[in-house]
Design a protein around this ligand. Structure first.
Ligand code: NAD
Length: 467
C-alpha cells in the first residue's frame, strides 16, 4: 500500500521546485525534448510493471492496459516530439500602425510549477498524458496519483523516480488529506481529473492563490440512437464504449435514448454484441474488468433495483464483479438517471420524437461527451445545436478523445479547459503578448497636452486604428 500520510514538507518542496524553475533550466525546447525522450525510454523499461499493476488494481488485461492507457501516452509523447518546436515558436501578429514602427508576437511561456491530480480509472494515461503536456510547455510538475489504484500509483512512482529528479518532477502519494495539503501551497497551474464534486473543491482552493485550473470532470454522457441509424452498428459501438473497463470510463455512454421503432432491434443487437465480446460468462472473460472497490460496487448494485435488467444484472461482491447489464423500464427521475453511473449498467429509454429526446437532455448538466447515431446530416446538426457537451461523436462513441489532434475537455459541470496534443501544450502555457517598438521615431500626438477636440480625436482614431 502507498502511504496515506503526507511524506514531505510540501512548502519546502515547492520552494525547491520554484528555485529550479527560476534557474531557467526548463525553458529551452532542447531540454524539454530531452525530458520527453527520457520519459518515453523509462516508460519502455517500466511497461511490464505498469501493465501488471493495472491488471491487479482494475482487472485490465495486458492488451487493454496497453491500448487504453500505455499506448496513448506514448502516442502523446511522439506527437509532442514531432511538433514541439512549432508549438513553442513565437507567433507573429500584426500591430496597429498607430504604434508603428513596431513588431508584435505571442510567445508561449511556461506557467511554472504545476500540480496534476489524477483519478483511478485510467490511472496511467490520466496522470502521465498531462505530464507530457506540462513538460512540453516547459513547466516543473507535482503529480498525485489516485490512492484507489494503489499498485499503479506505486508503479508510476517508481517510473517517475527512475526518470526525473525531485526539483523538476515530484510525485506525492496519498488520499484526499494529502491532496488538500498540497492544494494549500501556491501552484501556477492546477490540472485536475476526477469527479465534479472534488473539482469544485479544487477550484475553490485554487481561487485563494488565483491559480488557473483545467478541470477534467465527469457527468452523464448520453447516446441518442435515431430511427434512421445503422442500429446494429450503433449497438456494437455503444456496447464497446460502455462496457470497457467495466463502464468506469468518463466518456462511456451513460445511458441510451433510442427511437421507439429502433428499440427492439437495438437491444437484440446489443445482447448479441455482448455475447460476442465477453462470452456466456463475462466473469470468466479476461477482457472484462472489475469494480474498483466495495463502496462503488454497493452504489452500482443499488441502481439495479431502479429498473428491469433485460440483460445481465447478476453480480458477485466477493470478486467485485457486475455483469454487463441493460436496464429497461427506468424513470428519467430515478437516481440511475440523475447521477453519473460509472459502471457496467446501461439504462435504455425510448423516445417518440427527436424533440422529446432533446427536451430530456436540454436542462441536464452539460455532459463530457454527446453521442448521436443517425445517417441524416440535418438530424446530426439539430442534436449538436441543441445539446451542449464537452465533445461529441456522430455514429461512434469515445473515439473523439483518442488521438492528439482533437482537443479533449468538458464544459460546465463536466469541466473547463482541454488538452491532448497542441491543446495540452496550450493548457500549460501562458500566451504572452509582446510588442517591441522602434526607438527612431516618436510622434508626439499621444502625449499631453491634448491637441485635438473630441471630434477630431474620434476621426483620427478611426483613421489610424481602422475602427
Ligand atoms: P475523485 O474526484 O474522487 O478523485 C480524483 C483525485 O482527487 C484523486 O487523486 C483523489 O485523491 C483526489 N481527491 C479526493 N478528494 C479530494 C479532496 N477533498 N480535495 C482534493 N483532492 C481530492 O475522482 P475518481 O473517483 O478518482 O474518478 C472518477 C471521476 O472522475 C468520475 O466522475 C469520472 O467521470 C471522472 N473522470 C473524468 C475524466 C475526464 O477526462 N474528464 C477522466 C476520468 C475520470
Amino acid at each position: 500500500m502507498v502511504s496515506p500520510k503526507p511524506i514531505m514538507d510540501f512548502a519546502a518542496a515547492n520552494q525547491r521546485q520554484r528555485a529550479f524553475f527560476q534557474s531557467g533550466a526548463t525553458r529551452s525546447v532542447t531540454f524539454r525534448r530531452a525530458q520527453l525522450e527520457r520519459l518515453a525510454g523509462a516508460l519502455g523499461r517500466h511497461e511490464a510493471a505498469l501493465l501488471s499493476a493495472l491488471q491487479a488494481d482494475l482487472g485490465k488485461s495486458l492488451s487493454q492496459g496497453y491500448a487504453s492507457e500505455f499506448g496513448l501516452v506514448q502516442m502523446e509523447i511522439r506527437h509532442a516530439l514531432r511538433n514541439l518546436r512549432r508549438w513553442a515558436a513565437p507567433k507573429r501578429c500584426r500591430t496597429p500602425w498607430f504604434v508603428a514602427p513596431a513588431r508584435g508576437w505571442v510567445q508561449s511561456e511556461p506557467f511554472g510549477i504545476v500540480l496534476i491530480l489524477g483519478p483511478w480509472n485510467y490511472p496511467v494515461q490520466l496522470l502521465v498524458s498531462p505530464l507530457v503536456s506540462a513538460i512540453a510547455a516547459g513547466n516543473c510538475a507535482v503529480l498525485k496519483p489516485s490512492e484507489l489504484a494503489p499498485r499503479t500509483a506505486k508503479a508510476i512512482t517508481e517510473l517517475i523516480h527512475d526518470c526525473f529528479d525531485e526539483p523538476y518532477v515530484t510525485i506525492v502519494n496519498g488520499g484526499a488529506d494529502v491532496a488538500e495539503a498540497l492544494l494549500r501551497e501556491r501552484f501556477d497551474k492546477i490540472f485536475f481529473t476526477g469527479s465534479t464534486r472534488v473539482g469544485r473543491l479544487v477550484m475553490a482552493a485554487a481561487a485563494k492563490h488565483l491559480t488557473p485550473v483545467t478541470l477534467e470532470l465527469g457527468g452523464k454522457c448520453p447516446a441518442i440512437v435515431c430511427a434512421d441509424a445503422t442500429v446494429a452498428l450503433a449497438a456494437r459501438r455503444i456496447a464497446w464504449g460502455k462496457f470497457m473497463n467495466a463502464g468506469q470510463t468518463c466518456v462511456a455512454p451513460d445511458f441510451v435514448l433510442v427511437a421507439r421503432e429502433a428499440r427492439d432491434p437495438f437491444v437484440t443487437a446489443m445482447k448479441k454484441a455482448l455475447q460476442e465480446f465477453y462470452g456466456d460468462d463475462p466473469a470468466q472473460c479476461n477482457d472484462y474488468g472489475r469494480i474498483v472497490n466495495p463502496v462503488h460496487f454497493e452504489r452500482l448494485v443499488h441502481y439495479l433495483s431502479e429498473g428491469k435488467a433485460i440483460h445481465g444484472g447478476w453480480h458477485d461482491a466477493k470478486n467485485l464483479f457486475i455483469a454487463p447489464t441493460i436496464l429497461a423500464a427506468v424513470s428519467p427521475d430515478a437516481a440511475v438517471m440523475q447521477e453519473e453511473i460509472f459502471g457496467p449498467i446501461l439504462p435504455v429509454l425510448e423516445f417518440d420524437t427527436l424533440d422529446e429526446a432533446l427536451a430530456l437532455l436540454r436542462d441536464r448538466p452539460t455532459p463530457l461527451a454527446l453521442y448521436v447515431f443517425t445517417r441524416d446530416r440535418a438530424t446530426e446538426g439539430r442534436v449538436l445545436a441543441n445539446v451542449r457537451s464537452g465533445g461529441a461523436c456522430v455514429n461512434d462513441v469515445v473515439s473523439h478523445m483518442i488521438g492528439a489532434e482533437l482537443p479533449f475537455g468538458g464544459l460546465g459541470a463536466s469541466g473547463m479547459g482541454s488538452y491532448h496534443g497542441r491543446a495540452g501544450f496550450e493548457a500549460f502555457s501562458h500566451p504572452r503578448a509582446v510588442l517591441r517598438r522602434a526607438t527612431w521615431l516618436d510622434t508626439s500626438f499621444r502625449y499631453p497636452p491634448e491637441r485635438l477636440s473630441l471630434g477630431g480625436l474620434k476621426r483620427a482614431m478611426k483613421l489610424l486604428l481602422g475602427d
